[in-house]
Ligand binder design. Sequence first.
Ligand code: COA
Length: 297
Amino acid sequence: MDSPFRADVLKGKVALLTGGGSGIGLEITTQFGRHGALVAIMGRRRHVLDSAVSALRSQGVSAIGIEGDVRKKEDAIRAVEETVKHFGKLDILVNAAAGNFLASAEDLSPNGFRTVLDIDSVGTFTMCHAALKYLKQGGPGRDSSSGGLILNISATLHYTATWYQIHVSAAKAAVDSITRSLALEWGTDYDIRVNGVAPGPIEDTPGISKLSPEEAQSKMKEYMPLFKLGEKWDIAMAALYLASNAGKYVNGTTMIVDGGLWLSHPRHIAKETVREVSRIVEKRSREVTSRPPTSKL
Ligand code: COA
């Protein structure tokens, strides 16, 4: 799908994206590259990185792949340093690496719970911490007029409660909290904007294939406000907006891109029924309240 943004909105910006070699992360990487950014992608699997980098380069995007695990502080520091060594600076950090699987709270071991928090929440903070010295106003490769940008990929699971997702709900709640705290502290001290994007169900991603069997997907569509799954493109466009100058006054927000799904509930009464009964019920209740009180004599 064509982009509504100008092709140079990220011209010359250097972006490091964890989990940028597959799924939603790769689409964000691709769109950032197509809009002028130089991109470094970090992930655990060499073959995934290699195929993403060659696909990006074939589209004319300057890209490198860096093997590493966001759970390891030394990998986080190395990924940041390699990006700066290769491209000369760092402007944008996208934390898209995530771990997930379905498990009931009863069947989930504490280590399973911890593993997802380690990847999503601690990993996000570790990457932010490693990138700070390059992202801050006046940091190496950056002038003193502005700081860089952090974008955290979140979810909507924790807004209410989601079945079999206690680990990810807790992890993403922490991610949103990190987004707000860093927006406050680093926005004030270093002019770094920190925002998030919370995708709903996005077709053709590991998230949807791992977490939502096909029959559950068609059921989900029945009560989704927009009646369809999202596309990876939808998330990438939100990320592009937040990363571009169009979002220059947006700080500390997590933009929900889910077609309104998190607001939805199964319809408990038909629209036609509401039309039929609503005014009748109103009229009746007005009659009752306007009737003079009956004498007790
Ligand atoms: N159900 C219940 N528990 C599970 C599980 C599942 N499907 N998969 C893993 N676990 C538990 C393991 O049993 C282990 O706990 P234990 O030591 O008490 O047995 C713990 O989680 C760690 O598992 P392990 O396989 O060692 O972790 P890993 O580091 O190799 O993998 C995961 C991390 C589990 C998050 C894996 O799913 C992953 O790497 N995912 C990355 C990609 C991804 O899921 N993306 C999702 C995008 S929505």
